[in-house]
Design a protein around this ligand. Structure first.
Ligand SMILES: [Zn+2]
Length: 572
């Protein structure tokens, strides 16, 4: 352990105390929601070296509640994992009350990401290190050097997906990956693997190159590893790392780190949309995993009381056989919306079948008959038509108007089809994924038209391969229409900061079927909120990208704390 930071035996750091409190707070929130007789005991009876206050007051803030009146208040009281008072009736002293003076900071509800791939991120091989907040090669080096400083020599540092070279290099320079020499400079004692989007290209340093070359995987002198779908060198490299590094314990660590990274950005709830089924060959890309086992690390973390953000899980089905035998068994044998406030199953998505033809129509009919939620995505100028027509056909036989079916991404959807989906009780999940690599023709979605349509609409990242999880990048794109190179590519479809934040919070409750308990800061709702480092509503556009959480609360427990400004990173 060459570089690790450790506390001596018996020493307890501030973070350890917060961590203990976070677990307790989360457990209390769940217990309170379940309404069991043991709720009070669970909320007050345990602690590690100091009892977590059962009541938390946040005062002197600019707290944007996102309630139906867009109230902004200065104080809230949290009790037993829920908001107990908002604006009025917040005490500033009393027994068992912990008071945090926010000193004018901006507070928003916990961010809900209604479509991402957090489970894939949690199952990455190596010490996965997001590069979504790096804006130059120097930033990449700094990120990796900081990561290396907390790891033993020889431990793999990996970044698989979630970034693009367009974003890694300032707009006045040519997009590129870092070189072997640059990666060596940042992390000389740790092998590094950095792989863009679904299938590369990728790059490595000297230690990584030795590992790959020993396995016959070609690496350029500059550390480059060719990308591409199929059994490309990137596919071989990712497979070799998965087969060498992934254990149950490593996956659990990865799951906790993925959640902790989200909390550092203010993401308190994730709706996971599954993976392409792994083949365990070099044809697998960053978005492939085993859909039947990849949730187990998250289930184990939850069972141990360490799941600090809320996770909702959709089941992805992508069969080309119109008989859809696996989907049939899922609908017979699984439970939609089963679990607790922290971890719960969802519907079928983000695929219900392969393509939009016969299998899709058959799958839609079966999902409607079973009365599950269906979620699909649209990427082309025509696929949404076939999808919504199939929804209509299913609806004619088995009505879906109360099932909240969703079409996501929709870069080119038309107003006619927005209204046809709305007539089925459906909704649209929007995302700013075009931010990384979008162009004036590869643009969309039409945020303005869709928000004005009145059809239920929410916001998501579609992280972690083709897009970053960081919600503030998506809010930047939705409000400016500019991509990572600074080009205006979605002009005329911008929405306001208030509008996109509402999509990412209160309006996303609908997508979870949990709008009564999540998404806004209102008395009685689950106490999820984020204290921001900057005023989201007034910073210049470019500074939106630098918005971070300095304090994240989930179910009344503090699960991320950088209030002292010491740069607490996103580790659990
Ligand atoms: Zn997706």
């Amino acid at each position: 352990m060459a570089h690790g930071q450790h506390h001596g035996p018996g020493e307890v750091s501030r973070r350890d105390v917060l961590r203990a409190g976070a677990v307790l707070g989360t457990a209390a929130g769940t217990a309170a929601a379940l309404g069991g007789a043991g709720t009070a005991a669970a909320a007050t009876g345990r602690g590690h070296g100091g009892r977590e206050p059962e009541r938390l007051a946040l005062v002197n803030g600019k707290i944007h509640t996102m309630d139906s009146r867009n109230r902004v208040v200065s104080a809230v009281l949290i009790e037993d994992g829920r908001f107990a008072a908002v604006g009025h009736g917040v005490p500033t002293h009393g027994p068992g009350l912990r008071v945090l003076n926010l000193r004018g900071r901006t507070v928003v509800p916990g961010i809900i990401d209604n479509h991402n791939h957090i489970v894939l991120m949690g199952n990455r091989p190596g010490h996965h290190t997001p590069l979504e907040n790096a804006y130059s090669i120097a930033d990449v080096q700094q990120t990796y050097a900081a990561r290396a400083a907390e790891l033993p020599a020889g431990a793999w540092i990996t970044t698989i997906g979630g970034f693009h070279v367009n974003h890694l290099v300032p707009p006045d320079q040519a997009p590129r990956l870092p070189t072997l020499a640059e990666l060596d400079e940042a992390a000389p004692d740790n092998p590094v693997y950095i792989s863009q989007a679904f299938a590369g290209p990728s790059a490595t340093n000297s230690l990584g190159r030795a590992f790959f070359e020993a396995r016959g995987i070609p690496v350029g002198d500059d550390g480059s590893i060719a990308g591409g779908f199929g059994a490309s060198p990137t596919g071989q490299a990712t497979l070799a790392l998965r087969q060498t590094l992934l254990t149950d314990a490593e996956r659990e660590r990865g799951a906790m780190e993925a959640i902790a990274y989200g909390l550092s950005l203010g993401v308190t709830t994730h709706l996971d949309q599954g993976a392409f089924q792994a083949t365990n060959t070099a044809a697998d890309g960053a978005a492939h995993e085993d859909n039947y086992t990849m949730h187990l690390p998250f289930l184990r973390v939850h069972r141990a009381g360490n799941l600090r953000a809320r996770v909702r899980i959709n089941f992805l089905h992508m069969e080309s056989d119109p008989a859809t035998p696996e989907l049939v068994e899922r609908l017979r044998n699984a439970f939609p919306f089963f679990g607790d406030d922290m971890l719960r199953t969802g519907g079928i998505g983000e695929f219900i079948a392969q393509g939009t033809g016969e299998a899709f129509v058959a799958a839609a009919r079966r999902v409607a008959q079973a009365r599950w939620r269906a979620e699909v995505h649209s990427l082309s100028a025509t696929d949404f038509q076939a999808e919504i027509q199939a929804f209509e056909a299913a609806h004619a036989e088995f009505p879906i108007t109360d099932l909240r079916w969703v079409v996501a991404h929709v870069p080119f959807i038309t107003e006619e089809y927005v209204q046809r989906l709305g007539a089925l009780g459906g909704g649209l999940s929007l995302t700013g994924w075009r931010y990384l690599a979008g162009t004036p023709t590869g643009n969309g979605p039409p945020f303005r038209m869709i928000v004005d349509s009145g059809v239920p609409t929410g916001m998501s990242s579609d992280g972690m391969q083709i897009a970053p999880m960081n919600p503030w990048l998506h809010m930047y794109y939705a409000t400016t229409g500019r991509n990572a190179r600074g080009e205006l590519i979605n002009d005329g479809q911008q929405i306001s900061r208030q509008e996109v934040l509402r999509l990412y919070t209160a309006d996303n409750g609908w997508f979870l079927r949990e709008e009564e308990t999540l998404g806004s800061i209102e008395a009685g709702k689950l106490a999820d909120l984020v204290v921001l480092n900057r005023n989201y509503f007034t910073v210049p556009d470019e500074d939106l990208k630098r918005i971070r959480s300095v304090l994240t609360v989930v179910g009344g427990g503090i699960v991320h704390d950088d209030l002292d400004g010491r740069g607490t990173r996103w580790r659990p």
